[in-house]
Ligand binder design. Structure first.
Ligand SMILES: Cc1ncc(CO)c(N)n1
Length: 221
């Protein structure tokens, strides 16, 4: 039988296929990605992770089971630890201080994406929050495994790939997939539909986030 999460993944297959052929991701492995685009991406991602952590904390607060509360509270902390690690592994080498990062304006796509996640996290029930957060976890795992096969000639890019291709990260994502499959078991169809909508929406934002970095996206006015 097809699980709910397998069904979700199938619904974003065209989006995932567009992600793996995007020049940003292809450029990570063949080394053609300009470092300026990578820097743009990592700085925006540091801002993203701070909001993502808050969404995870809201998921923890809304969790109907203690084990799930613990899981998301842990992931909220890990997201901030990962954010801080970016400062040591990337920003220090680029001469970017924590203040400089915090003072960087959100690019339009990042602001739209994080605002959407925060809105769902503040307004909607637990299972919808999971639907919105799931692509962030899952697409990075799939992308990590995909990019690991070719690796990167650029040590900075390889370091990034290793994070998401790790066994540790796999276990984190698998635990969240299990929550998603369990949370829907007693839900009527009317409460499953919004989960699917959030899942597709944030999967699109994942593509857009890489595309924004590739274009060094600026506010048009
Ligand atoms: C934009 C984005 N999505 C997902 C992840 C994975 O946590 C990340 N670091 N950044």
């Amino acid at each position: 039988m097809t699980s709910f999460t397998q069904e979700l993944w199938r619904s974003i297959d065209p989006i995932y296929q567009a992600i793996v052929v995007h020049p940003f991701l292809v450029g990570l492995t063949d080394g053609t990605l300009p470092e300026e685009a990578f820097r743009f991406y990592v700085v925006q991602d540091a801002l993203y992770l701070q909001d993502y952590a808050r969404c995870l904390a809201l998921a923890a607060a809304k969790a109907p089971r203690e084990t799930w509360c613990e899981l998301f509270a842990d992931h909220a902390k890990v997201a901030l630890v990962v954010e801080r690690a970016l400062h040591e592994s990337f920003f220090a080498a680029w001469g970017l201080s924590p203040d400089k990062i915090a003072g960087t304006p959100y690019a339009p796509t990042n602001l739209a994406y994080t605002s959407y996640l925060l809105r769902v996290a503040y307004e909607r029930p637990f299972e919808e929050v999971i639907g919105a957060l799931l692509p962030c976890y899952w697409i990075y795992w799939e992308v990590g495994k995909h990019l690991e096969r070719s690796g990167s000639p650029n040590p900075l890019y390889q370091k990034w790939i290793d994070t998401y291709a790790s066994e540790e990260y796999a276990a984190v994502v698998q635990a969240v997939l299990d929550v998603a499959d369990q949370v829907v078991t007693d839900l009527p169809e009317s409460r499953r539909q919004p989960i699917r909508t959030h899942f597709v929406t944030t999967a699109r934002y994942e593509w857009m986030f890489w595309d924004a970095a590739w274009r060094l996206e600026r506010w048009p006015v």
